[in-house]
Design a protein around this ligand. Structure first.
Ligand code: G4P
Ligand code: NA
Ligand code: NA
Length: 194
């Protein structure tokens, strides 16, 4: 998505060769019109399939899940995060290990809102190690729902997330794919057709 790549080049702060800060339009202040355009793009990518629910994890995936849900005309669900792995009833849950924060938390979704009849698209802001998305994939499987694909706004293609998802047979669509970066320099994956 050209306008997204341009925006990353203009406003992204590359803190190291691994961390990109996009707080001016995506992760803190949000450009709502851009978020809606991102939703329409995911709508074009997944719209030929019979999607029933869009899934994400709180917090920064929510605006993109909402925009995608509007484009597809379906509800979205955000998995809730809990610090301790307390056993809760009536929920599907999966552990997620955050490498940046060196902690494991639990994500969960109520049995009420996801089940075997659902056809799901998962959306998130960043694809890095893929830990949170792999947790959601497990939840979709536990619910007996069908996973149609994963949509990410920004993929750091030099990290392992995409590979781990593809190993599980998951189709990944990212709107901006970063091949490499370092302070003052960023390269996108060339064959980016989305
Ligand atoms: P992940 O790949 O499963 O997301 O795990 P990781 O431990 O690598 O990332 C921890 C958090 O940092 C995730 O947010 C992830 O989306 C975010 N993240 C990873 N790489 C980058 C990056 O280069 N730039 C920015 N801005 N964020 C990055 P989270 O804590 O799961 O979600 P949220 O609470 O922010 O919504
Ligand atoms: Na996120
Ligand atoms: Na985040």
């Amino acid at each position: 998505m050209k306008c997204l790549e341009d925006r990353i080049r203009q406003e992204g702060e590359i803190l190291s060769d691994k961390v990109l800060k996009v707080d001016s339009f995506l992760n803190h202040q949000v450009d709502a019109e851009l978020a809606l355009e991102i939703g329409r793009e995911f709508g074009r990518i997944f719209g030929d399939q019979p999607v029933t629910k869009v899934l994400t994890v709180e917090a920064s995936g929510i605006q993109f899940a909402m925009a995608t849900a509007i484009a597809l005309g379906v509800p979205f669900i955000y998995a809730k995060k809990k610090k301790v792995a307390t056993l809760s009833e009536g929920v599907y849950s999966a552990p997620v290990h955050s490498f940046t924060r060196q902690e494991t938390y639990q994500i969960s979704i109520s049995h009420k809102y996801l089940g075997p009849r659902d056809k799901v698209v998962i959306v998130d802001d960043f694809l890095a190690t893929g830990a949170a998305l792999l947790g959601l994939v497990d939840i979709v499987k536990e619910a007996g729902a069908e996973l149609l694909g994963v949509g990410c706004v920004i993929e750091k293609s030099f990290q392992e997330g995409r590979g781990l998802l593809e190993e599980k047979g998951v189709r990944v669509h990212s709107l901006a794919r970063i091949a490499s970066m370092s302070p003052g320099e960023i390269h996108f994956v060339e064959d980016n057709l989305t």
